[in-house]
Design a protein around this ligand. Structure first.
Ligand SMILES: Cc1cc2nc3c(=O)[nH]c(=O)nc-3n(C[C@H](O)[C@H](O)[C@H](O)COP(=O)(O)OP(=O)(O)OC[C@H]3O[C@@H](n4cnc5c(N)ncnc54)[C@H](O)[C@@H]3O)c2cc1C
Length: 369
């Protein structure tokens, strides 16, 4: 019998299963959807530690540590791969911003000064004169007067999730494709230890009034003969990443759209296409970047993802009330609520929640040589 069940097969659940199996534990993953159909597969996976903004914030050091450990794990996996199969691509990124009241913004609310404390964001600012007009949303235009460039690690989410899934299968992890419908059903599972990695759906079983969803839409576009250089160009809610497998077109967060609707929206789709076909080319030209517009006949997938936000950051803790309140021998460790940073910090948070179970004595200690 498996010692632990992991609920969810997004990036949080798969990393949790990987940490468990790598430490010698037997694990089963129970999920409503296969990895490639999770919200994690809709993400761009740009590994950038942008949270919290204030370096003196008590959580800053913790978040920075999570990022450092997660990126090290990606690099460690990459070190064993062939050159052409490596997951991380160091991606020059150009964020085209606008000015308001004498302040330079990359996006609404994100002034350039908020990035200065992060070592990777030694923002290199390029002036755009005359400005480039970008349509952010219906009736909402902005004038890009500058572009800030920085390097970010990009990973193709579909490709990496598939690799991690296959790795887990090769290590004996089994997957059960079936939703858990209630706490009662959960408490009747045969495994005593449960890792809750249900993302935004966690609240359907474990009520959490602080958890809310922020939608984002994305498209994967194939390119049969991708040519370097590879880079990302973004402005407002829109971005195009030209990477070595094709294009990723993101429409990150659009105001006035229902935040928790998980179906693709026509307006976001059309605005994304408009950005990819017009503003993207103009911005590339002005930045001296060689790019051809993505071939929109080759759109392979359009996804909408719901980011699981918690103002306090991810919940990595034992469910003490449930433990005290007659959950029998069931021990639940929560691992959800990564907001826009599940890819950036997910491996380290998975390690932390497995550590929690270990120090409680809920996992047999496996001696490693
Ligand atoms: C458009 C977009 C762009 C993003 N870009 C980035 C980025 O650049 N960098 C970054 O770090 N992060 C990014 N994110 C955020 C990141 O994707 C999330 O933080 C991450 O996907 C959360 O992962 P998760 O495993 O917690 O949730 P999910 O991927 O949602 O996985 C939840 C799992 O739970 C399962 N489940 C749900 N209900 C049940 C049930 N009742 N029973 C059993 N299983 C169930 C689901 O099937 C799924 O397997 C982006 C997100 C979006 C949407």
């Amino acid at each position: 019998m498996s010692e632990a069940v992991v609920l969810g097969a997004g990036i949080a659940g798969l990393w949790t299963a990987a940490v468990l199996v790598d430490r010698g534990h037997r694990v089963v993953v129970r999920t409503a959807a296969a990895p490639e159909r999770t919200y994690s597969a809709a993400a761009a996976c740009v590994i950038t530690p942008l949270l919290p903004w204030d370096p003196t914030h008590p959580k800053f050091l913790e978040a920075w540590g999570w990022y450092r450990r997660t990126i090290s794990k990606f690099r460690q996996i990459d070190a064993a791969m062939d050159l052409g199969s490596k997951f991380l691509e160091l991606m020059p990124s150009y964020e085209c911003g606008f000015e308001s009241g004498g302040v330079r913004y990359l996006e609404k609310g994100f002034s350039t000064s908020r990035f200065q404390h992060l070592p990777f964001t030694q923002l290199d600012e390029i002036e755009l004169n005359p400005p480039v007009t970008v349509r952010n949303h219906v009736g909402d235009y902005h004038q890009c007067t500058f572009s800030a460039s920085f390097n970010a690690d990009y990973c193709n989410t579909e490709v990496f999730l598939d690799w991690l899934y296959r790795y887990l299968l090769s290590r004996g992890v089994s997957f059960v494709l079936s939703p858990v419908r209630s706490l009662k059903e959960l408490l009747s599972l045969e495994q005593g230890l449960v890792f809750n990695c249900l993302g935004i759906d966690s609240a359907t079983i474990f009520p959490d009034s602080s958890l809310y969803a922020v939608r984002g839409q994305s498209m994967f576009v194939d390119d049969p003969s991708p040519q370097p250089p590879y880079f990302g160009v973004a402005s407002g809610h829109h971005a195009v990443f030209k990477h070595r497998r094709g294009y990723y077109i993101g429409s990150y967060f659009i105001e006035d759209e229902s935040r928790d609707r998980s179906l693709p929206s026509r307006v976001e789709y059309e605005l994304s296409l408009e950005f990819a076909q017009s503003s993207y080319g103009e911005l590339c030209e002005r930045l001296g970047l060689v790019a051809r517009a993505p071939d929109l006949n080759r759109i392979r997938r359009v996804n909408t993802g719901l980011r699981p936000y918690r103002p306090e950051g991810p919940r990595i803790e034992v469910d003490e009330p449930l433990l005290a309140f007659g959950s029998g021998s069931k021990r639940i460790v929560h691992h959800y609520g990564h907001g826009a940073h599940g890819w950036t910090i997910g491996y380290a948070t998975a390690e932390d929640c497995v550590n929690l179970a270990e120090v409680r004595g809920w996992l047999p200690y496996v001696r490693r040589h």
